[in-house]
Ligand binder design. Structure first.
Ligand code: NAI
Length: 462
């Protein structure tokens, strides 16, 4: 048995970042992880491997569509699927080993195994029971089940199985037009699969600014993704190497079936708290299975905290990281803070889609007076040179004060561009502050400035 200041349960982006910050603040820290490698869902079976496949398939698309236009002649490359998988696995390995190195550097003990909390102040891992003044639960999330659908991770898969298919399917049906469905759907569409996305709602990506969602759907449709909206999936019948998806159209109650070689179920995730002993410990949980915490991420049991996907809020790695750093400050006796109003969201398709803060819909609902500054990437020289003129930057600012309330980008490197606007919002900046900042030419970032100019006297290049 060992005694620690802090034991973090889970080594995903929330947990490992928290452990590192705790150690940096001088706390004796351990992190419990039952997987063979550190990094949780994000590094092992989520964000990182999917980005490798998105990158590889985008490169193929560039070769097929744009190389010849630039005078780069020759046959477009063909897909060596096992090599692409090996590349993906190598990327995972580099990142998970990187965390192992950071743990050693910061003298964090990795307690290997699945942890539970038999009583406040104690964490059990295998047969060992360790003591900790503070316990931080960062146990993450898992795919939520869909009624009438059994997952075998071969023919009917979650994101985990979809990242490691034995081959590129001829036909893939994606259930759910959310982030996972669209990222992985576009990977397989670019690799040559026929992809059909079935979505319950009447528009893709719920919660996204409506104008952006509509434009995003049109761009994806042009890339070959087929959308069936307003359709409730009734069930999936898995045959040996195929599956049959049955759905009902909400508009007329008509029932339809569609066959696929692979069905990706991407209808959301739920908190993963199995086996932690939280119920027995008396930790309060919400109806949706989330651990309830106060504004300092403390549960109702003294010394037990929770962060990331297993508590309320968007299930995003960077939200978990921020909470991990903040709760580390709290248990070290400092003030930890997360600004939940400025958490960006990014979809890593091509073009990327990024957002932060309010949408037009949320502002209308709140009855707030706002103005819109928009600029198309067609007016951006760099984007045109790179075949990336699709999409736009949209800034929402307070009508009276010009303060930036939200920003939405669909276009090249949107996931990087959004951060200029996040910093602006963090500082309470007005659109004019961004408009008056010199932006290097020629960069995609100029489109952000032009959108800010559009909130005032108008953009130059449109
Ligand atoms: P999601 O919540 O983003 O989307 C699920 C979609 O499935 C919704 O549009 C919903 O209306 C639809 N749906 C639900 N039941 C259905 C049914 N019976 N028939 C048809 N459609 C149905 O969930 P997703 O994509 O599974 O992602 C899970 C979580 O992981 C999200 O919170 C997401 O933010 C996070 N994530 C984030 C990424 C990123 O930031 N780039 C990447 C991957 C995941």
């Amino acid at each position: 048995m060992a005694s620690y200041d802090v034991i973090v349960i889970g080594s995903g982006p929330g947990g490992y970042v928290c452990a590192i910050r705790c150690a940096q603040l001088g706390l004796k820290t351990a992190c419990v992880e039952g997987r063979e490698t550190l990094g949780g869902t994000c590094l092992n079976i989520g964000c990182i491997p999917s980005k490798a496949l998105l990158h590889a398939s985008h490169m193929l698309h560039e070769a097929e569509e744009n190389f010849a236009k630039m005078g780069l002649k020759g046959k477009a490359p063909s897909v060596d699927w096992s090599q692409m998988q090996a590349y993906k696995d190598d990327v995972i390995g580099q990142n998970t080993k990187g965390i192992e190195f950071l743990f050693k550097k910061n003298k964090i003990d990795w307690l290997k195994g699945w942890g539970s909390i038999p009583e406040a102040g104690k964490v059990k891992v295998g047969d060992d029971v360790h003591e900790a003044k503070s316990i931080i639960v960062a146990s993450g999330s898992e795919p939520s089940a869909l009624k009438g659908v059994e997952i075998d991770e071969k023919v009917v898969v979650t994101s985990e199985g979809a990242l490691a298919l034995s081959k590129v399917p001829k036909k893939m049906v994606v259930i759910g037009a959310g982030v996972i469905g669209l990222e992985l759907g576009s990977v397989y569409a670019r690799l040559g699969a026929e992809v059909e996305v079935i979505e319950f709602l009447d528009e893709i990506t719920p919660g996204m600014d409506g104008e952006v969602a509509k434009s995003f759907r049109r761009i994806l449709a042009k890339q070959g993704l087929n959308f069936t909206l307003g359709a409730a999936v009734q069930g999936v019948e898995a045959l040996k190497t195929k599956a049959k998806v049955t759905y009902k159209l909400k508009k007329d109650d008509s029932e339809h079936t569609v066959d696929a070689d692979v069905v990706l179920v991407a209808t959301g995730r739920k908190p993963y708290t199995d086996g932690l002993g939280l119920k027995e410990l008396g930790v309060e949980m919400s109806e949706r299975g989330q651990v309830k915490v106060d504004k300092h991420w403390a549960t109702n049991v003294k010394g037990v905290y929770a962060i990331g996907d297993c508590i309320d809020g968007p299930m995003l790695a960077h939200k978990a990281e921020d909470e991990g750093m903040a709760v580390a400050e709290v248990v070290a006796g400092k003030a930890g803070h997360v600004n939940y109003g400025v958490i960006p969201g990014v979809i890593y398709t091509h073009p990327e889609v990024a957002n932060v803060g309010e949408t037009e819909e949320s502002l209308k609902k709140a009855g707030r007076a706002y103005k819109v500054g928009k600029f198309s990437f067609m007016g951006n020289a760099r984007a045109k040179a790179n075949f990336s003129g699709e999409g736009f930057v949209k800034i929402l600012a307070d009508k009276e004060t010009d303060r930036i309330l939200g920003a939405h980008i669909i276009g090249p490197s949107a996931g990087d561009l959004i951060h200029e606007l996040c910093v602006a919002m963090e500082f309470g900046a007005a659109a004019e502050d961004v408009a008056l900042t010199c932006h290097a030419h020629p960069t995609y970032s100029e489109a952000v400035r032009e959108a800010a100019l559009a909130c005032g006297d108008g953009p130059i290049h449109s």
